[in-house]
Design a protein around this ligand. Sequence first.
Ligand code: ADP
Length: 486
Amino acid sequence: MLKLPIRWRLTFWYAAALSLILLVFCGLLLPLSYHQLLARLDSQLHEELQEIFLESQIARTPEELNFSLQARFRQHETFDFIVYEPSQAVIFASSNVTREVIDELSSTPSNQSSETYGTFRVMEDRYYRVSSRTADGPNGKLIVRVLTPLDPVIADIQTLLALMAALLPLGLVLALLGGYFLAVRALAPVQHIVGVADSITISQLDRRIEVTNPHDELGHLAGTLNRLIARLEVAVDEIRRFTADASHELRTPLAILRSEAEFALRKSRTAEEYESTLRVVVDEATRLGTLADQLLTLSRQDAGLDAMRFEPVEIDPVILDVVESLTSLGESRGVHLKANCGSHAVVSGNDIRLSQVFFNILENAIKYSASGTMVEVESANVGDQVQVVIRDHGPGIPAEHLSHVFERFYRVDPSRNRAVGGSGLGLSIAKSIVSAHGGVIQIKSEIGEGTEVTISFSRHDARSKPGVDAEQNGNARQVSLPNTPT
Ligand code: ADP
């Protein structure tokens, strides 16, 4: 079906509704008017009938009755009178009454003492309104009838009908015009909203749609669109910042790679010099690879493409695997790792992503700790939650930086970060994975004392095994890793 614009659809609905109302109104008005006119006519007939009834009572002879009826007829020419005997013999008929009328009426018996009213058709197209009753005449019972042609009533009804036939199309045209005018007026704010929304481009996301009445439907629509544009503005700002930060991050290792290669190519070098250059190249390439992986992870998460398959995961083995994989890094930095995982908790999650969380935080703890210190990892049940705590005794993070460390590309000390190979993305990735698991990540730090990161998840097994905590916590598992003094 052809879809018309809303203003036309509103116009047609409006016109259709109005036409229907007009039709119903006319449909009621016609019979009502007809009955009203008929009632007025009947009351006039009643008066005439009453008069004749009285005169027939008063008259002492048929001649006297005839005379008074003649006189009455002359006074009231619009009414005709017929007086019969019960044998249907006509005693008096006013001069307008034709033979056909007398015949038609005489075939209609009337011998009630009360008045009766009726409509008679004579010769196809002549209609009469007739009132009748019986009366006592000079020589006994008489039937008295007063009649009048129905033509004036029919003419009035026909005029009314003609008027309606002329006014209905006019009303329809007016309804169409009025409906269109109202629809255009009502939809004018929509046009305004469409115009503004159409003109907003990616570089003008600070523009908003003017809301004239925030309480009506269109005000709500404009408000919703404004909130949508505001969210888009925030998202686009984030993307811009992210892109700028990412390109900045990529520039540094690329510049190092280039300058190292140029330096090596400038003249012929010794084997040791080439080896040292290649080592830098490998380091920077590794850094670039890690950065590319992290950027990919974040952009996939942002785009919602990183749909994780959640299944019950035992958290302790995941932590212990990460601890084991970072043991050699700890060894190389002289940092001891100690794992105390006794939660036996099962969470609903994705083991690869969860190990990425623990890896990023544990790697930080090792990277930023001084040689000879210890990094501890613990898991324990707290109510229906499992808490994983990773604690180091490194330099700590200044309080003013603490609330920013989960932001993308945020580094407390960029020069120091570069030395340990950080890009400022590790914690933000960890946080987004934890959030996707419905968990919470918190960080506490004291300058000179160290840093403690706590991650909490709802336990998948908590509801099925109530009271499991006490038993499991009392039976904590201590894991000794090669360089983990227990
Ligand atoms: P990076 O990859 O640079 O380590 P992160 O997002 O993991 O980035 O961490 C953000 C910043 O927080 C780091 O640059 C570092 O300055 C600080 N930081 C994180 N963990 C620790 C820690 N255990 N001790 C001290 N500083 C830390």
